[in-house]
Design a binder for this molecule. Structure first.
Ligand code: NDP
Length: 330
């Protein structure tokens, strides 16, 4: 696999380049809006070609692009890559609105190209262990789920995320999409309706920095979520409560680690799993999908669905209305 990187971003530099290389993939080119930034990034990460021009990158001998620019650029960049016949691994949220998300995913499908969404959490052995427990009925019929994913946004990330709505800033497009993907992964169903309230002003300037929401699922399961940029001490986790028991997982929403227990009455059983690098697995499954074996961990339709839930949460928070999730025409 030969990759072109669209976006000289922190996530590309800190995690994805290594994840590609650990899978034996090559990174041939990087595109940034500034040539000196592109050159600096390329030199630092030993990438042979650097450009400001997406078409120039697409003209290189690359099989796939990894798009990790700010969120408003994902749609035009993905469409350019698809037109050039390149497979696309796109960061979340895949787009700023549902119409663009559906258009890009359909375009990739029509062109026979692999489209992946880099929802990393479902790659975790921790989350796979939770899903296995749910699937084999360890907690009986699931009644409810709770996601607590309120973090303190590190100083290094306090740029466009906290003050630039046009670039897709705000905690809803940043974290709710991940939680939506994770809930869909565990429950195998899509939220139907949401209610939500958000706040801003602590870190967020013109964008929300905290949100709480409740989602209803087709099966009747109730889901409660809390996402924030302003909580330094809250920790994170996910819980599933069923008729026969509960799964309580702590520290699993940011890293492949954490602790999982299965609780039935007073009986508490630790759940073992072997931590595995989330991004390395994401890159591996994407590469295998390009080679015709299987699917990316999260595909384009997963990216559409997580965005659809986030947009419903945003609308519900803005209007105070109970909001049906619109998954678009796909
Ligand atoms: P960054 O802020 O690091 O990068 C985004 C863009 O900002 C870059 O493409 C770059 O533009 C520009 N930029 C970055 N640093 C500088 C700088 N010092 N000076 C000028 N411009 C700069 O974003 P992230 O890496 O945090 O996020 C990128 C994407 O990845 C987002 O869509 C985000 O949602 C997603 N993400 C996903 C994660 C996951 O786990 N799946 C985790 C983190 C982020 P240019 O390329 O034009 O130079």
């Amino acid at each position: 696999m030969k990759w072109g990187l669209i976006g000289a971003s922190a996530i590309a530099g800190n995690t994805m380049i290594d994840a590609f290389r650990r899978n034996g993939h090559e990174v041939l080119s990087v595109q940034s809006s500034g040539q000196s930034r592109a050159d600096e990034f390329a030199a630092k990460h030993m990438i042979p070609h650097a450009t400001t021009d997406v078409e120039d990158l697409l003209g290189q001998d690359v099989d796939a692009v990894y798009i990790s620019s700010t969120n408003e650029k994902h749609f035009p960049q993905a469409m350019a890559a698809i037109r050039a016949g390149k497979h696309v691994l796109c960061e979340k949220p895949v787009a700023m609105n549902l119409g663009d998300a559906v258009t890009m995913v359909k375009a990739a499908e029509d062109a026979g190209l692999v489209f992946g969404t880099n929802h990393h959490l479902r790659n975790g052995a921790n989350h796979r262990a939770i899903r296995d427990l749910i699937r084999k009925g360890a907690i009986g019929e699931v009644l409810s789920a709770r996601v607590f994913h309120a973090v303190y946004l590190p100083q290094s990330l306090q740029g466009w995320r906290i003050d630039n709505a046009g670039a897709g800033g705000g905690v809803i497009l940043d974290i709710v999409v991940h939680d939506a993907d994770t809930i869909r992964f565990h429950l195998g169903e899509d939220p139907v309706q949401v209610v939500a309230q958000s706040t801003s002003g602590r870190l967020g300037n013109g964008v929300e920095d905290s949100v709480m929401s409740v989602w209803s699922m087709p099966s009747g399961v109730q889901v409660q979520t809390h996402e924030s940029f302003t909580h330094a001490h809250a920790g994170n986790g996910i819980e599933f409560h069923g008729t026969e028991g509960s799964i309580i997982a702590r520290g699993v929403m940011q890293k492949p680690e954490g602790e999982i227990v299965l609780r039935r009455g007073d009986e508490v059983t630790p759940v073992a799993f072997e931590p595995e690098d989330l991004y390395e697995r994401s890159a591996r499954l994407f590469g295998e999908a390009v080679a015709g074996k299987g699917k990316p961990a999260a595909d384009g339709r997963d990216g559409i669905a997580s965005l659809a839930v986030a947009l419903a949460v945003a609308w519900a928070a803005e209007t105070g209305q109970r909001t049906a999730v619109d998954y678009g025409d796909i």
